[in-house]
Design a protein around this ligand. Structure first.
Ligand SMILES: NC(=O)C1=CN([C@@H]2O[C@H](COP(=O)(O)OP(=O)(O)OC[C@H]3O[C@@H](n4cnc5c(N)ncnc54)[C@H](OP(=O)(O)O)[C@@H]3O)[C@@H](O)[C@H]2O)C=CC1
Ligand SMILES: N[C@@H](CC=O)C(=O)O
Ligand code: NA
Length: 428
């Protein structure tokens, strides 16, 4: 039977896994799609680099046109990453009528609309399951499994690198820099790990999930982002003492027609299932109006888990080719995007204040919360035996982001407060 020919752009962590799965699972794959699947050409940057899979020399190329403009190639699998020249290669491949599978959330979050429009015009598929939560089939779940429901909330631990770092800091007291290096060596981190630790990678993934879940065109700039680089070991210790785990959460919420999407370090109650998601594992909690609570769990990064999703997309594309129904999955967001204002974004807060230890301080502080109608769940003061100052730990009830901004502004001008040492959102 005529094989389906694949051009692979990139042979790094994910590309290597794709080659291993296409070769190792060939029997099952070809039985499922009804043809052998052949990797025909592989684009790399450096032909001399040692590879951890054996690939015939003539299969490797440094010229993208050997794939993009190769009439024999049916499907282009893009696992090289970055925006340019990758976007240009994908657009050219689509122009040539080739289907595309990509793991590239940077590209899909920034240019997904344009790429999907081109795919639709050329009746081609563009599948991107591996771009969010590596090995978890969450894109397929939102597009197909929940097509009947109205999604109200998506909470995700969607970055493996930062979850790996936070877990090691929490469970082993490890240092931030040393664990980041370990995550890089394991192939979890992006080529520039700043996008992992500063929350940008998670923000891209949350923009994709929110767009699919809420059917609105959520852009990267709609996501309020804060990463983990400012988290101190002390904050993690405080969280644990109070019954929380520190996690980098992406939280997308919809109320009526208004939505908000944030990525921020959050203290998650240990009773919440997301608190138990450790290491490189990801999880996506989805709340639907009809289905209620659901959660999807699995490895979020790494060679084989990510390649599993890439090759599953490849199988889906080939099945569509056999049925002659490519290019029909490109959903256009059909709901107007309305973003919530600060008044409408409401959550619990943890605040650690460094204050003067003298009579009346607590009263002044609680007075500020009262002025902006923020009600408090608990207030604990702990004296510091080594100096005359004290620390006050406050947990609020649900409070609007607008009120909290006013509280922090007021604190800046309150002499008894020496500093706001930490402030985190609290979930669960
Ligand atoms: N690693 C992971 O766990 C996950 C990664 N992803 C995404 O998958 C994609 C790939 O990631 P990953 O495999 O980790 O990346 P790597 O850096 O490990 O691999 C990138 C590959 O692409 C090749 N490459 C990069 N730029 C060019 C270029 N300009 N021309 C030709 N070849 C190029 C490199 O060639 P050479 O080998 O010669 O240097 C390398 O083989 C990214 O979009 C990433 O965000 C998604 C989910 C998980
Ligand atoms: N760098 C990313 C890789 C997968 O998308 C992560 O750590 O999650
Ligand atoms: Na996925």
């Amino acid at each position: 039977m005529k094989p389906i020919k694949v051009g692979l752009l990139g042979l790094g962590t994910v590309g290597t896994g794709v080659v291993r799965i296409v070769e190792g699972h060939q029997d099952d794959l070809s039985s499922q799609v009804g043809s052998p699947i052949r990797i025909e050409k592989v684009l790399v940057k450096d032909l001399q680099k040692a590879r951890s899979v054996s690939i015939p020399e003539e299969m490797l190329t440094e010229e993208a046109c050997d794939i993009i403009h190769n009439p024999d190639i049916d499907v282009v699998v893009e696992v090289m990453g970055g925006i340019e020249p990758t976007k240009q290669y994908i657009m050219e491949a689509l122009e040539q009528g080739k289907h595309v599978v990509t793991a590239n959330k940077d590209l899909m979050a920034l240019h997904g609309r344009e790429i999907m429009a081109k795919a639709k015009e050329k009746r081609c598929d563009v599948f991107y399951e591996a771009s969010v939560a590596g090995g978890i089939p969450i894109i397929r779940t939102l597009m197909e499994g929940f097509s009947s429901d109205r999604i109200k909330k998506i909470i995700g631990i969607v970055n493996g690198t930062t979850n790996f770092i936070l877990t090691k800091m929490s469970q082993e007291g490890a240092g931030y820099e040393e664990v980041l290096k370990e995550a890089q060596a394991l192939g979890y981190a992006e080529s520039d790990p700043t996008s992992d630790v500063e929350g940008l990678d998670a923000a891209r993934k949350m923009a994709i999930l929110a767009t699919l879940g809420f059917h609105s065109d959520v852009a990267l700039e709609d996501v309020d982002v804060r990463g983990i680089s400012q988290i101190k070991k002390e904050d993690i210790a405080f969280a644990k003492r109070l019954g929380y785990e520190m996690k980098l959460l992406g939280i997308a919420e919809r109320q009526d027609d208004q939505i908000s999407v944030v990525v921020q370090p959050t203290m998650v109650s240990t009773s919440h299932p997301l608190a138990a998601v450790n290491g490189v594992f990801n999880a996506v909690y989805v709340y639907g109006e009809a289905v209620g609570e659901t959660m999807f769990y699995g490895p979020g990064a790494g060679e084989m888990p990510t390649a599993t999703s890439v090759v599953a997309d490849l199988v889906a594309v080939i099945k569509n080719m056999k049925l002659g129904v490519n290019g029909q999955r490109a959903l256009t967001p059909y709901k107007e995007k309305k973003l919530k204002t600060d008044d409408q974004i409401v959550y619990k807060n943890f605040i650690l204040l460094h204050v003067e230890d003298k009579a009346g301080v607590l009263a002044q502080i609680t007075q500020v919360f009262a002025e902006y109608e923020v009600s408090l769940d608990s207030v604990v003061q702990q004296p510091n035996p080594h100096n005359p100052d004290a620390e006050i730990i406050i947990i609020t009830h649900q409070a609007s982001q607008a009120s909290m901004k006013k509280v922090y502004k007021h604190f800046d001008n309150l002499d008894v407060i020496k500093s706001i040492k930490s402030a985190y959102r609290v979930e669960g």
